[in-house]
Structure formats: C-alpha cells, structure tokens
Design a protein around this ligand. Structure first.
Ligand code: SF4
Ligand code: SF4
Length: 441
C-alpha cells in the first residue's frame, strides 16, 4: 500500500513503525473472511482491511480520532485472526495498538463510556479491588434487566451477568516464595500469578505449581509481579500498560539474577501474548529494552513448557472426549496450536476441535463488557460449534474464554492444565463429575 507521510511525521517512531506496517498491506482482503466482526456484521469498515484504511487516513492526516473510527476500532476484538490469515505479514496487532493509543490521546468519549473504561482500568488489574467489586456485584444483580434496557448501561449489565455468584478464597500458593521441585531437578521457572484469573479461578495456578513441582521443576512466585498490562493496553492506556510491563520486567529480572530462570510460565494466553510483546513495547526505553526482550524470550505458555519436558506416562488413562477451544491469543497471538492438543492426547483424552475454531468466542479482554451484543453473538456461535462435537468437557487455556463460554455452555469448561494434572495423578477438576471423566486407574 502506498503511504504519504511527511519526514516530520516519520520522525515519530510510533508513526514510522505504523507506516512500515501499512506499506506491507496489498489490499487483497483475504483477512476479511476470517475476521469475526466482518463475518458477524458484514461491513467492510468492520473488517481488518477497512480498519487499516481508517487508521492510515487518520495517521497520515495527523487527525484526532473521530466517532467513525472509534466505532470501528472499538468493535475490533484484537483477536488477531487477520494476522494468521494475512499472506503479506501485516502486523495488525502493533497497528491497532497504535491506533488505540492515538484514540485515547485525541478523542473524548461520552461520559458514561469514559467512566466505565476508567472503572475497568482501576479495578480489573488489581486482585483486591476486583474481589471487592465481585462481592458488590450481588447488590446490582436484581437490576440487570433494567440496565439492559438503557444503551449506556449495557456494559454494566454485561459485567453483572459475567460476575460469578461465589468467589473462591485467595490461594496461599500465590504468595511470593519458592515451591521446590520433587526428585531430580528438571528446571527452575517463575509463574505469573496475574490479576483477574487469580480471583476468578486461583486453582489454575495452584494446579500448575502442583504439576510442575511433581515433575521436578522448581517454581518461583516472584515478589513484586502484578497484572501483565494487557487489559489497559487494549484500551489504549499506554502509560498504565508500560508501567505494568516495567514492574514485571523488574520482578522477573530480580528472579533471573537470584538463581536463573528457564522460563516464565503463563497460564492465561491473553497475558502470554502481551508479555511476549514486552520487548517491542519497551524497545524505545534504553533502561528497559534489553531486559524486556530477555523477559519476552523467556515467556512460555504452560503447555509450551510442558510439551518440551518429555512427560512420563499418565497415571490415569482417560477416554473422555474433550472439545479443545483454542483461544485467539493462543493460536493467533502466540501461534501455539499443536502443544495443548498433543498434551491432552498423550494424557489419554480424545480431542475434538470445534468447527470455525479460528473465530473468537467474543471474550477478548473487556470486549464482552464494552461490546456485549457482538460478544454474545460470537459466544453463542462458539458454544453451538463446541456442543456439536459431542464432547463432555471443554478445555481451553485462557480465563477470559473459560468465563465467556461457561456463561452459555451446558458442559463444564476447564483450563487444559487441570485435565492434564488429573491424568498425571492430581485431583479431579472442580465442576467435572466422575461420569464425565472415564478413567482406568
Ligand atoms: S483483530 Fe480480529 S476483529 Fe480485529 S480486525 Fe483482526 S480479525 Fe477482525
Ligand atoms: S490479508 Fe493482509 S495484505 Fe491482504 S488486505 Fe488483509 S492485511 Fe492487507
């Protein structure tokens, strides 16, 4: 694609980066076929190609964002299916991240939208605040029907619907410290305890620590790590996103210096995609560029790490049929497609892949709160495809997808690590009945 930026514009490294990306696009439109919002809404401006044109026009003319571009960029899920499909290697992720930051800087949203976004940014990344908010959600639940009737309050209704009625207690295993490996030492890793996941389902990381230590891996929970920054990053709040990234880079650099790390284990693929991008996000900061690149290189999804470990035979041999839902951040963001399915199959599960596996379930960070209607359409489509597999359990590797799919599916949705842990001798995952897990001990 031809671009028309001035030398002064290209002196801004963010504009220069976007210009390089724009020039790679050859307008072929292959990406439209796999874009969930184009498939759902049928509008070219809600396709990757349409958004690329809008972003190009805004940046080239040095214009502040307007209502039209905000509408179509807000509808983008950042699912990155377009990047998997694109034959020209267009880095849509970095382009849309730049556009979102530009929108945040130059566009004044309506007051309720601003308040909702500010509240999400102030609550979700902080486990203590998120836990308190979930407790308060019970008070708002009787008003869901009323909020749904008022367009400006639909995000509040969506939030209340997603909030679980019972919240598990915080896990003592998530406190900073070291969990020693059993038997011969096979490695030393740090684990990201994260934010929303540690409140909604702390058992995911507990199970990961338990399985890794049984396999001989020492697991460190570093002092000072926090939210990865993905939630605010996707809202265009770059200052907050970079502050989170730096906090984690510092925490993990200390852990590297105090005993070395073979990997930084991440159990939510949405966080993994962002942490693997820290090297890019902090490339212009001389104090952090090198450290951030090292952290990104060490970041591994738990299934990526386990697949390289040469696992023993499972203790149980389940014949359970499992539908594997590949989160967008797993398959498009991190290009991890084989490992989770191969690990499940090796552990004795019969793995089925739902039709239209490339399409997003509609969770996408805060998307299911901020765009509840499109999100619900994508969720229902996803659930229909999952249920058509005839599986008795859904496995996936991202807490956002677990919450989203479980809000409509009739079968249990669990993190992949919980099924693997059970097959390797761990406890039965909560919410899964004996009848669903058929095993020969
Ligand atoms: S990131 Fe997803 S929703 Fe956004 S343009 Fe690409 S395919 Fe469409
Ligand atoms: S597939 Fe790639 S090159 Fe083709 S229109 Fe989409 S982004 Fe541009």
């Amino acid at each position: 694609m031809q671009t028309n930026f001035s030398a002064a514009q290209l002196a801004d490294p963010h504009v220069a980066e976007s210009e390089k990306i724009l020039r790679k696009c050859v307008h072929c439109g292959f990406c439209t076929a796999t874009c969930p919002t184009y498939v759902t809404l049928g509008n070219e401006l809600d396709s990757p190609r349409g958004r690329i044109y809008l972003i190009k026009d805004m940046l080239e003319n040095g214009r502040p964002a307007d209502k039209e571009i905000v509408t179509h960029i807000d509808r983008c899920l950042s699912c990155l299916a377009c990047m998997t499909t694109c034959p020209s290697g267009v880095n849509y992720m970095h382009l849309v991240d730049h556009a979102r930051a530009h929108i945040q800087e130059t566009y004044k949203r309506p007051m309720l939208d601003r308040l909702t976004r500010a509240m999400l940014a102030a609550v979700l990344p902080y486990p203590g605040r998120f836990r308190a908010a979930l407790k308060l959600a019970g008070l708002g639940r009787p008003f869901i029907g009323l909020f749904e009737k008022l367009p400006a309050l639909k995000p509040v209704a969506a939030m209340l619907k997603l909030a679980p009625s019972a919240i598990p207690s915080a896990s003592p295993m998530a406190k900073p410290g070291t969990h020693a490996g059993q038997g011969a030492k096979r490695g030393r890793v740090a684990i990201l305890t994260g934010c929303a996941q540690s409140v909604l389902d702390p058992a995911i990381n507990d199970t990961t620590i338990s399985l890794l230590t049984r396999l001989g891996v020492e697991v460190v929970v570093p002092e000072g790590e926090g939210c990865c920054g993905a939630l605010v990053h996707h809202m265009g709040r770059e200052v907050a996103a970079l502050a989170s990234a730096k906090q984690n880079v510092d925490a993990w650099t200390r852990a590297i210096e105090q005993g070395g790390l073979d990997a930084i284990i991440i159990t939510a693929s949405g966080c993994g995609t962002t942490i693997k991008d820290y090297g890019f996000m902090l490339r212009l900061d001389p104090a952090y560029a090198e450290k951030a690149a090292r952290v990104s290189a060490l970041a591994k999804d738990v299934t990526e790490y386990l697949a390289a470990l040469d696992l023993p035979d499972p203790v149980r041999k389940p014949g359970t049929v499992v539908a594997y839902h590949s989160a967008c951040s797993m398959q498009h963001g991190q290009k991890i497609t084989r490992q989770p399915k191969e690990l499940l199959a090796k552990a004795g599960f019969v793995v089925r892949e739902p039709r239209e596996g490339h399409l997003c379930c509609g969770s996408a960070g805060t998307y299911n709160i901020l765009q509840p209607e499109i999100s619900a359409k994508l969720r229902d489509r996803k659930v229909k495809n999952i249920e058509a597999t005839g599986a008795s359990i859904v496995a996936t590797g991202n807490i956002g997808c677990i919450t989203q799919i479980a809000s409509a599916a009739r079968l249990p949705v669990v993190h992949t690590i919980k099924l693997l842990d059970w097959a390797y001798g761990g406890p039965k995952p909560e919410g899964v009945s004996d009848a669903m897990l058929v095993a020969a001990e």
